[in-house]
Design a protein. Structure first.
Length: 515
């Protein structure tokens, strides 16, 4: 196929692609421009403007075709298309190949754009050539200088595809001498990569002029660019999916950990709010040990977990905000604020609990001291009672009224002492014991037993004192009687002695004759 025929084929394909969304058949660009409608459609698509002149559709006479083509050409010139040789309307109607292809080339040069920020001084051909040179730089055997021979061995086209899809072509295995194979490889890879149909044969490449080659290479540029946009969009979608999945995982992790933290907070709060006591020193010490164990272990773990959750939530919130995604709202009771409030409440409960536990421990110490004092007082009083019981049970050897009166006086003194002891020592013991019982001291049973023994002893003392008093009074009465007998005997003895004395004196007097 001649270069002109190839150019005509390539230009036709280019025009067909540009008006593909219009209901127009484009079989041959030279043959199909004759009524002006295709040219207007092409320019409207490329310029994104509307032709102000109304065409006759369908034209039935040559003059109508010429009028349509004049309107179409005026629209081209108004859009800034400047061919080297301006065709006439008659050229379009008469299908003059050179002028028509020149017009299409001028339109191509006007609207072909390569890159977003290409130097405005570069025309389309220079810009595309520079792009190809940049993309193929460093590829062995590729040196792009123009749009003719530089592409004949196929390496430049293979390098373009390898640059963006290395897996489609094993570039290192290509041989510059195998031009046809290289071109077949490039054609197949281009079709697979960005859907470029294989409308040319490897043999056509060497017959393309620079204009046709430019248009053909532009297919690679636009195909690669479009595929990169698709890939970028796919990556964005993939990143969005990954972003969403990562966020969902983070949300699930937050919800799970926040639920566990909330359960732990509720558990320790319930424990700290438990005010039950067992009224024992060991119980109070155990409770306070458990409290400080909580302070040492549980509280630290709770605070650390809350801080970790807060950081997790803040990171997630920042990521969602940066990507303009809806904010994450945890379930009721699991938000950072609610968890912080729960911890603050726990802090207050903890402080109150510390005061209560220490107060209970101090109370137990005080009760223990009271019990020790009670035990000591009871011991002393018990000793006193034992001594008094021994005293009351003792039967003194009374051998005189004075001795009896002395012991009776001693018994009166005991009774006064007993009364004083019961009003002071025994009253103190009962007061302390009453407080220990009221405070439900753990040793209440022992306290009550001690007091019961003391009371029993006190209850027995009056009887013993009464018995002792009776015995002493009997001893006194006996001694009084004995004293009376002694006095009577002494009088009788004195009278007898006097009688005896008188009798003796009388006997002696008679013997000596004094009678």
């Amino acid at each position: 196929m001649s270069s002109t025929a190839l150019q005509r084929k390539i230009f036709t394909r280019w025009v067909r692609q540009k008006v593909s969304n219009r209901n127009l058949k484009v079989n041959d660009v030279v043959e199909d421009l004759g009524d002006g409608t295709l040219l207007v459609a092409l320019m409207e698509e490329l310029s994104e403007k509307k032709c102000q002149k109304k065409l006759t559709v369908p034209p039935k006479m040559r003059v109508q075709n010429i009028d349509n083509c004049n309107n179409a050409l005026e629209f081209c010139w108004s859009c800034g298309v400047e061919p080297e040789l301006k065709p006439s309307a008659e050229n379009l109607v008469d299908k003059t190949e050179k002028q028509i292809l020149g017009l299409i080339w001028a339109i191509m040069r006007k609207y072909l754009k390569f890159g977003d920020d290409v130097d405005e001084k570069l025309n389309a051909q220079e810009a595309l050539l520079m792009w190809v040179q940049n993309q193929t730089q460093g590829y062995k055997g590729v040196e792009v200088k123009d749009f003719t021979k530089s592409f004949h061995n196929g390496l430049a086209l293979c390098a373009l595809i390898h640059k963006f899809r290395p897996k489609l072509i094993d570039f290192e295995s290509l041989d510059p001498a195998n031009k046809e194979d290289n071109l077949k490889t490039a054609f197949a890879a281009a079709e697979k990569y960005f859907g470029l149909e294989q409308y040319l044969s490897p043999g056509d490449i060497s017959h393309l002029d620079d204009k046709s080659m430019l248009i053909y290479v532009s297919e690679y540029y636009y195909g690669i660019a479009n595929q990169r946009r698709i890939d970028l969009a796919a990556r964005r979608v993939s990143k969005l999916i990954k972003f969403t999945k990562d966020n969902d995982v983070t949300k699930e992790e937050y919800a799970k950990r926040a639920t566990q933290l909330r359960e732990n907070l509720d558990r320790v709060t319930k424990v700290l709010n438990d005010r039950t006591i067992d009224n024992t020193m060991a119980g109070a010490k155990k409770k306070i040990d458990e409290f400080y164990e909580y302070k040492k272990n549980d509280k630290g773990a709770i605070i650390a977990e809350f801080l970790a959750l807060e950081a997790l939530f803040n990171t997630l919130a920042m990521r969602l905000a940066e990507h303009k995604r809806p904010e994450f709202k945890p379930a009721a009771g699991l938000s950072v604020k609610e968890l912080r409030d729960a911890i603050n409440s726990l802090e207050k409960t903890e402080q109150e609990r510390a005061v209560a536990l220490n107060a209970e421990l101090n109370r137990q110490y005080r009760l223990a001291n009271l019990n020790e004092h009670h035990t000591s007082l009871c011991g002393k009083l018990n000793e006193w009672q034992s001594a008094k019981v021994a005293y009351l049970n003792n039967r003194e050897n009374i051998d005189s009224v004075g001795a009896a009166e002395f012991q009776l006086n001693a018994l009166v003194a005991y009774e006064k002492e007993n009364e004083a002891v019961q009003k002071s020592n025994w009253a103190d013991i009962q007061k302390i014991g009453g407080e220990l019982v009221d405070q439900k001291f753990e040793g209440t049973g022992a306290v009550q037993d001690r007091q019961a023994k003391l009371k029993s002893a006190f209850d027995s003392l009056p009887g013993l004192a009464s018995a002792k008093k009776q015995a002493l009074e009997a001893d006194k009465a006996r001694e009084i009687k004995k004293e009376q007998l002694r006095l009577k005997f002494a009088g009788l003895a004195a009278d007898f002695n006097l009688w005896v004395k008188n009798a003796v004196n009388n006997v002696e007097a008679s013997q000596f004759g004094f009678t």
